[in-house]
Write a protein that binds this ligand. Structure first.
Ligand SMILES: NC(=[NH2+])NCCC[C@H](N)C(=O)O
Length: 325
């Protein structure tokens, strides 16, 4: 059965402590249901598994945050973004929550929610890491079918869950404090410390951005060619061994066979083992400081929902040190 990890964690001063933030937010896209994911993941026993099997001291406020108290009364489109003020307010609050945990040297686990929430988690953790580790930059491994790097102007959908990487890298900028203008330099990540794995549905303008900024991206084609083992090796080599890592895991990186209940499924994805393998390897670096699990939408499929939840739990356990032997 499962046992706690023995891998020393280089960048956490409280490696056995997990700050868990449950974010019931779906405003980064248009399909309701993704806000119910944290409850579903927790009801299926995820936090007990982390506590009892992997020996983590779980710091969870027993609340799924839906941030209703900070929802704007009106939220018209702005620069082609849908619900810009709501997503901005939620991610700003989440950024502070993630920062508080990360500042104390805990691992930050965030259960989403749609992928727009990564604007909050990554900005908060990047800031805490800079403060705690003398200006060190946070690297991000973005495991996803999509690149989520649309700037508002090039986005075809206007959904902000397709834009978080643009805001986090500073490729998209906005002065208005109510619409991501709260993001400061200390919140941002460097494109050279960003790596994608699993891409297979990238918009044309996004492809251009990836090329122009020489962003390291491993598509499903690369995984077919080299195998997942080599791809993860290359991804980690790109980041380097002296860098704290955040893993932002969109469940739609997996093939719909393993994760059908998600808003934007794309065929031809990772197997369950390839997903777990990525998470296991990132854990083994000893450099992981945070993880998001996003885009589980239990209401989209009746029979597929429990499979998707099970997949999500498995990915989180793997990233937190669960191993097969
Ligand atoms: N987090 C996600 N599932 N993102 C899907 C994004 C799809 C598309 N590229 C868009 O910008 O709308």
């Amino acid at each position: 059965m499962t046992q706690p990890s023995t891998i020393p964690q280089k960048f956490l001063t409280r490696p056995h402590e997990l700050g868990v933030v449950a974010v019931g937010f779906s405003g980064g896209q248009c399909k309701p249901g993704v806000e119910a994911a944290p409850v579903a993941l927790i009801a299926s026993g995820l936090l007990e598994q982390l506590r009892d099997d992997l020996d983590y001291d779980v710091h969870y406020d027993n609340m799924v945050h839906n941030y209703t108290d900070i929802m704007p009364t009106s939220d018209s489109e702005y620069r082609n973004m849908k619900k810009p003020r709501a997503v901005s307010a939620v991610t700003q609050r989440l950024s502070e929550q993630a920062y508080e945990h990360a500042k104390q040297g805990k691992f930050v686990l965030t259960l989403g929610g749609d992928h727009s929430i990564a604007i909050g988690t990554i900005s908060g953790i990047a800031k805490a890491i800079r403060e705690r580790l003398e200006g060190r930059e946070l690297a991000v491994i973005w495991v996803d079918a999509h690149a989520d790097i649309n700037t508002p102007e090039i986005s075809q959908s206007g959904n902000i869950h397709g834009m978080p990487v643009a805001f986090l890298t500073g490729l998209a900028k906005e002065e208005n404090k109510d619409i991501f203008g709260w993001l400061e330099k200390e919140h941002l990540i460097n494109v050279s410390k960003l790596v994608y794995i699993g891409l297979r549905d990238v918009d044309r303008e996004e492809k251009k951005l990836l090329r122009e900024h020489s962003i390291r991206a491993f598509s499903m084609h690369d995984i077919d060619r080299h195998g997942i083992g080599r791809v993860v090796e290359m991804a980690l080599a790109h980041i380097g061994n002296d860098t704290p890592i955040h893993l932002s895991f969109d469940v739609d990186a997996l093939d719909p066979q393993w994760a059908p209940s998600t808003g934007t499924p794309v065929r031809g994805g990772l197997t369950l083992r390839e997903g777990d393998f990525i998470a296991e390897c990132v854990h083994q670096t000893g450099n992981l400081v945070g993880m998001d699990l996003v885009e589980v939408n239990p209401s989209l499929e009746t029979s597929g929902a429990s499979d998707t939840i099970r997949t999500g739990c498995s990915l989180v356990r793997s990233a937190l040190g669960d191993s097969l032997l």
